[in-house]
Design a protein around this ligand. Structure first.
Ligand SMILES: *Cc1c(COP(=O)(O)O)cnc(C)c1O
Length: 266
C-alpha cells in the first residue's frame, strides 16, 4: 500500500522535483527502494510520517525517516501520538529548519520565546519574508509530551490487535490482509484489508456496531483533481476495496477476535 518503486520511476519526468512517500498506517514498505531512487534521480525525498510516530527499523532500532530530506509528523487528535492538533517537520538541513520556523511563524525571524531568552525582552524583530500562521503552541506540545510517554505501549497494543486480526483472517481467500514491512516495527496506526465487496462488509459490520474506516479514497478520484492525468492503476484498484478495522486503544484482544470472527462469517 506504499509507493511502488517501478511505478514511481515510470512517472518521473523532467519536471519532477520531489517524491512524497506516505508511510500508510505506520508502514515503510519499499522505503529504502524509494529513498535510493530519489538519491539516484536527484529528487527530494519527503516523508509523510503522519502515521509513523514510533515506527523503527527492526535491526538498528532507529526511527524510520532519519535519512529523509524532510519528515513530517502529525500530532493531530486522531493520530498515534496525539495532542489536540499540531505536528513536527524535521530536516537534516539546519538552514531549512530555520526557514520553516520563520515561515510557520508569520515570517518573523525570532520566536517570542527566543526574544525572552536573550536576557532581557528584545521587542525588536525582523520579518524577512511573508510567512504563515502554521505554528504549534505550548498547550498542544504539553499534551504531546504526555502522549510520548505512552507511545511505545500504545503502539504495542495496536501491534497485538494487528496480529490477532492477521492471524484470524490469513486463510480467508476473498480478503487481502495488508501486511507491513518485516524490516520495521510498525507503529501500526492502521490495520487494513482489501475485499471486493468492501461496502457490503462495512455495512454488515456497521449493523453489528463495528465501525470501520476507509484510508483512503485515492486522491485522483476527487473532482478537484479531475483535470489531471492519473496513471495509477493500483491506487484505483485499492480505492474501492480498502478498509481499516478498529484499532483504537479501547479495543481489547477479545474484541479483535470477536470482530475478526464476524468478518470470517461474511
Ligand atoms: C493526518 C494526516 C496528515 C495531516 O496531518 P495534520 O497534522 O492534520 O496536518 C497528512 N498525511 C496523512 C497520511 C495523515 O493521515
Amino acid at each position: 500500500m506504499c509507493l511502488d518503486p517501478e511505478s514511481v520511476e515510470h512517472l518521473i519526468t523532467g519536471k519532477t522535483k520531489a517524491v512524497i512517500y506516505v508511510g500508510v498506517g505506520g508502514n515503510a514498505q519499499n522505503y529504502n527502494e524509494i529513498r535510493s531512487l530519489c538519491a539516484k534521480r536527484n529528487l527530494t525525498f519527503i516523508l509523510d510520517a503522519a502515521h509513523m510516530s514510533g515506527t523503527t527499523w527492526a535491526d538498528s532500532g532507529e526511527h524510520v525517516g532519519l535519512d529523509s530530506d524532510c519528515a513530517v509528523f502529525s500530532y493531530q487528535a486522531v493520530k498515534n501520538c496525539p495532542s489536540s492538533d499540531s505536528g513536527m517537520i524535521c530536516f537534516p538541513s539546519a538552514e531549512l529548519d530555520k526557514q520553516a520556523r520563520h515561515l510557520s511563524w508569520l515570517g518573523i525571524d525570532k520566536s517570542t520565546y527566543d526574544r525572552y531568552s536573550e536576557g532581557s525582552y528584545k521587542w525588536r524583530y525582523d520579518v524577512p519574508e511573508v510567512g504563515y500562521k502554521y505554528n504549534g503552541n505550548s498547550i498542544a506540545a504539553s499534551m504531546c509530551l504526555v502522549s510520548l510517554r505512552y507511545l511505545q505501549s500504545d503502539n504495542d497494543h495496536r501491534r497485538m490487535l494487528a496480529s490477532v486480526y492477521s492471524e484470524t483472517l490469513k486463510d480467508k481467500t476473498d480478503i487481502e490482509v495488508i501486511s507491513h514491512s518485516n524490516l520495521i516495527n510498525s507503529s501500526r496506526h492502521l490495520f487494513q484489508i482489501a475485499i471486493n465487496d468492501r461496502d457490503g462488509l462495512m455495512e454488515m459490520l456497521w449493523k453489528e456496531g463495528i465501525y470501520c474506516g476507509v484510508h483512503y479514497v485515492a486522491n485522483h478520484q476527487y473532482p478537484i483533481y479531475e483535470k489531471y492525468k492519473a496513471d495509477v492503476e493500483k491506487a484505483s484498484w485499492y480505492s474501492s476495496r480498502i478498509m481499516s478495522l478498529p484499532m483504537h486503544l479501547g479495543v481489547t484482544e477479545a474484541d479483535a477476535v470477536y470482530i475478526a470472527e464476524k468478518i470470517l462469517k461474511k
